[in-house]
Each structure stands twice: as C-alpha cells, then as structure tokens.
Design a binder for this molecule. Structure first.
Ligand code: GUN
Length: 316
C-alpha cells in the first residue's frame, strides 16, 4: 500500500499553488505509476519474446469525445512500448463490415487486445460487436464470457474503469474485507462489474440505482461509495457517511454558476470532501486510471495468449 502524502488541511499551497490534501485520492499520480510499472513489464516481455504486445482500437464515425479518447489510448499504448493499431471507419459502416474487421483482428497474431470504441452509430448493435470479439483479446472485459468469469471469480479480463477504482480503493484502504460498499449505478460497463469486484474482495455490497428507495439513507450507511450515475453532482455531502471513502466515476461537462464550462463528477465534491475521509477529484481521479488499466489488460492478455509469465512487481 503506497497511500498518499500525509499532510493536513493547514498545509500551505505547494509550488504549483495547489493545497496538498490528504483526503484527495490522486488517480492521476497512481495512473502514472501504474503506466510506469506496465512499461517495465512490457520491456521484459519484448526481451523474452522478441515482439511487443499489440492493441487494436477501432473507431467508427467522428464523435469528438471518442476521437480524443482514441488518440490518448494510442499515444499511451506507444509510450508503454506496445504496438498500437488504429482502425478508423466512416459512420456509414455496416454492422457486417465491422464484424468482418473484428473477425480479422481476432485471427491476427500480432493483435493481443481489441477495443471497439463506444458508442457506435445506430445501424450497428454494440452487443453483436462485443459478442464477436475473442474473449481472450477483450481488453474492455465486456464480453459475456469475461462478465461470467468475473461473477464466478475466474481469470478473465476485468473492465478497466472498475478495475482502476478497485486499485485506488486498495491503495487507500488496504484490505477491503467486511467493508460495506455501495455502488450507485447499474451499468454493464461500470456498476455491475464494480459490484462483482468488491464482492470478490469480501465487501458487503449494495447496488443502488434510479429506482432505489431512500438513496440518501443507503449512501449514509456506506463505508465505500462508488458513484457511477452520469448525473452531475447528484450526491451531496449530507448523503455521505462521515469517514467514508468516495470514488467518483462521473465525468460530466456542465456550465457552472459563472457561465464557465467545467468537468464535474457525480458527487458534489466541495460538500463531500469535508465529510469523507478520502475522495477522488474530477478531473484527476478515476479518469486517468481507465487507460492505465487498458494497458495493464493488454499486457495481461498478451502474456496469457503467448504463455509468458511476468509477475506484477517484477520486471526482470
Ligand atoms: N467509450 C467510453 N468509454 C469506453 C470504454 O471504456 N471502452 C469502450 N470500448 N468504449 C468506451
């Protein structure tokens, strides 16, 4: 457990004018460390096999947010010493053509990981695409085989965002056994796999959602609160149990009270930080962990597919 710097709220601003705060769970710093560890293991992989792990990212159409994500994924993949294969298709692409590309990538031995950026245009069923990806190359962890393996505690590939949240929680709290965790949100990409991961780590898990009665009361009981609703600042500080650890998965673009564009989470950060013992900021919390975990999953998939063992924490 590396923990975070132990400063208190009276700590003066540092050189960059930021106030160090022991409550802040710094996902940006943790992600940088994780990328460094993946890179050293990739170096070992290359020395042993004579080739680099390869990640194929497929982008259909011109969604500006997806463009940014895909560019960042490709850059960080290369920086980690892996091969990045980018496939950009027009938004008129048919489902049949996309499935044919996925099939080609499944059979390409230089590709260890496949990620098809979501959302997809309306004529393409995301479920059909995910079902076509070879589960051994499904670095998003979205295939039903990987979802099933996570549910029974098997060795699959775990979705990147929940995996990153679990890493931040264990870094901050150590053993999570017996803790009462509330996951707010039930999506297949975050809420459900997050709940499965926390259960695997011996938490007592509640999943809450838009139809849950007394959301405030449910939140108030949680020692760990993971918010993944996609609703800006929906969780106020009064809902949070004093001393809880709060992981905010939301990345919502809003126009604030002074008319400025801002990114905010699903938790009202300012009121929550005075109640919680630890909280992820937005931006700089969970966001950077998602791509770092994608690199981690790509290396894991490459090691499994090629029968190479490079334990985490060892790079020789
Ligand atoms: N779109 C937004 N986030 C993700 C993600 O984690 N994986 C994929 N495939 N698409 C996304």
């Amino acid at each position: 457990m590396s923990g975070t710097s132990s400063t208190n709220s009276n700590t003066p601003p540092n050189d960059e004018g930021r106030v160090e705060d022991e409550k802040i769970i710094d996902g940006k710093a943790f992600a940088a460390g994780l990328r460094g560890r993946v890179k050293s293991r990739v170096d070992t992989f290359r020395t042993r096999t004579g080739c680099a792990p390869g990640l194929a990212v497929v982008l259909v159409g011109e969604n500006p947010a997806s463009e940014v994500y895909v560019r960042n994924k490709a850059r960080q993949t290369r920086e980690a010493g892996m091969e990045s294969f980018e496939h950009r298709l027009p938004d008129t692409t048919s489902e049949k053509d996309l499935l044919a590309l996925v099939d080609r990538l499944n059979r390409d031995p230089s590709v260890d990981g496949i990620l098809v950026q979501l959302p997809l245009p309306d004529q393409i069923r995301a479920d059909a695409v995910i079902a076509t990806i070879d589960p051994a190359k499904d670095v998003d962890g979205f295939h039903t085989t990987n979802a099933g393996l996570l549910a029974i505690g098997g060795d699959g590939l775990v979705p990147c965002t929940p995996l990153g949240c679990a890493m931040l929680l264990e870094d901050r709290l150590g053993d999570l056994s017996g803790k009462h965790a509330l996951v707010l949100g039930r999506s297949n990409i975050v809420g459900k796999p997050m709940a499965q991961l926390l259960l695997q780590k011996n938490c007592t898990v509640t999943i809450a959602h838009s139809r849950t009665r007394d959301l405030a009361g449910q939140c108030k009981q949680a020692e760990i609160l993971v918010a993944a609703t996609g609703r800006p600042r929906m969780v106020p500080g009064e809902w949070i149990r004093p001393g809880a650890t709060v992981i905010d998965v939301g990345i919502n673009r809003i126009v604030d009270e002074s008319g400025k564009n801002r990114l905010v989470g699903d938790v009202d950060f300012e009121s929550a930080r005075s109640v919680a013992a630890g909280i992820t900021p937005v931006p700089g919390g969970v966001g950077p962990m998602t791509i770092a975990c994608l690199l981690h999953n790509t290396l894991l998939a490459a090691c499994r597919r090629r029968g190479v063992e490079i334990p985490e924490g060892s790079a020789d």
